[in-house]
Design a protein around this ligand. Structure first.
Ligand SMILES: Cc1cc2nc3c(=O)[nH]c(=O)nc-3n(C[C@H](O)[C@H](O)[C@H](O)COP(=O)(O)OP(=O)(O)OC[C@H]3O[C@@H](n4cnc5c(N)ncnc54)[C@H](O)[C@@H]3O)c2cc1C
Length: 379
């Protein structure tokens, strides 16, 4: 990559009408959640909201109609996601299934798997979680040790996953497992789609330092799943996971997690803001606008069938840096105490605690920078 090639973001159809329709729908369906919950909206679980959103055709938008999808263009989906996140809509329940599990099943799954899982995903009723990380394999996924052995009855799985967001609320886990005995590194890995109510699976909560239960540990104790649980090709798990991560890294969620703080700052600033506050609002707005252009360009490149691994990593890294710095920059220009219960202060406190994790989820900063450096020919 010589530079960040900007692709035109040119979705088909009447995009202004799409935005207007969704905004009108949201006015009728937006739950009046607390500002802190709305800021963390892609982790907020609300099955009723997901079901209604699915019924309105805003989930599984890019899946084919024969599987209950909307047959829409990926850039139309981008616009919808942007509107949902900007509004702080609670999309957490279906988020992972819609963003990556559904597209992955469509691309690699068998016809039977597509028919079995995709309609439920598109309805906003079937939720999935990502089973990559293990105690000894987070950034280094090639160190995955959870094993699955093929037997006459099916696959027998043994091992442990960790940091699994939403496992306690999901129906299935897409787990990366070692299917070839004695295989090393990225060879011999496969993906299994496992129903989470299968006997032998134990899900234990991990409570984060804000007191929230998003993460879990999952133990597989000789779990038997059918042969049909294998997604894609045996031994090709590494390649499939890499494609999945491309979907995870460059969406609007990479710069729309802390944005509620900017909106709250603008609301609190009023018509005659302090000059330092006004200057910060200007800076943050300009940076967010730039990130949006980079993210939209990457989405356009993905939609054109290319593999913008490096661009997606640039968006993730710059988006994470923006979102992590924002709370500290806001803290530096406003006068608020730790016990202040105004919206702005509560949101600031929540994001000061949560934002360090933004550069871990989806791949840590050091690893992402390594990918960018390789793309630039620097390593
Ligand atoms: C909010 C959140 C949600 C998550 N959700 C999920 C989920 O749903 N499913 C899931 O499977 N995982 C999930 N994770 C886990 C996440 O993907 C891992 O935390 C991440 O991949 C890092 O792995 P690790 O924590 O084991 O750190 P390690 O891999 O042990 O890394 C520790 C440190 O070493 C650095 N490091 C590691 N390798 C290199 C290298 N080659 N070069 C330079 N530095 C390196 C890392 O950057 C990091 O600073 C989530 C994490 C967070 C924070």
């Amino acid at each position: 990559m010589q530079g960040f090639a900007l692709y035109p973001f040119d979705p088909p159809g009447d995009i202004l009408a799409l935005r207007a329709d969704l905004r009108a729908w949201l006015t009728d369906h937006q739950p009046q959640g607390d500002i802190v919950e709305r800021a963390n909206c892609w982790a907020s679980f609300d099955a009723g909201f997901s079901r209604a959103l699915g019924a309105a055709g805003y989930i599984g938008m890019t899946l084919p109609a024969r599987y209950g999808g909307g047959d829409r263009h990926p850039l139309e989906r981008y616009v919808v996601i942007e509107e949902l996140l900007a509004a702080g809509a609670p999309v957490g329940a279906h988020w992972i299934a819609d963003r990556q599990t559904g597209p992955l099943i469509l691309r690699y799954g068998s016809e039977e798997q597509r028919q079995r899982y995709l309609p439920g995903i598109a309805k906003g009723e079937l939720y999935a979680c990502i089973g990559l990380s293990e105690p000894g394999a987070g950034s280094d996924l090639a160190a995955v040790r959870t094993s699955a052995r093929e037997t006459a009855e099916g696959w027998r799985i043994k091992g442990q996953k960790i940091w699994t967001t939403g496992a306690h609320l999901s129906h299935v886990i897409l787990a990366l497992v070692r299917t070839e005995e004695g295989s090393e590194r990225n060879a011999g890995l496969s993906q299994l789609l496992v129903d989470l109510d299968t006997p032998g699976i134990t899900i234990r909560p991990i409570i984060d330092m804000a007191g929230n239960h998003d993460f879990n540990e999952i133990f597989f104790d000789d779990v038997l799943v059918p042969h049909g649980a294998l997604i894609g090709t045996r031994g090709e798990g590494w390649k499939q996971v890499t494609a999945e991560l491309g979907l995870e890294r460059s969406g609007p969620e990479r710069y729309l997690s802390s944005h509620a703080l900017l909106a709250a700052l603008i609301d609190a600033a009023g018509c005659d803001p302090d000059p330092a506050v006004a200057a910060l609002i200007g800076e943050l707005t300009a940076e967010m606008w730039t990130l949006r252009q980079l993210s939209m360009s990457t989405a356009a490149k993905l939609a054109a069938g290319e593999d913008p691994m490096v661009e997606a990593s640039v968006v993730k890294e710059l988006g994470n840096a923006f979102e992590q710095d924002m709370p500290r920059r806001v803290q530096a220009v406003i006068d608020c105490g730790w016990d202040d219960d105004a919206d702005l202060a509560r949101l600031l406190r929540a994001l000061l605690i949560a934002s360090p994790s933004f550069s871990l989820r989806g791949g840590t900063r050091e690893v992402i920078r390594g990918i960018i450096a390789r793309g630039l020919g620097l390593r």
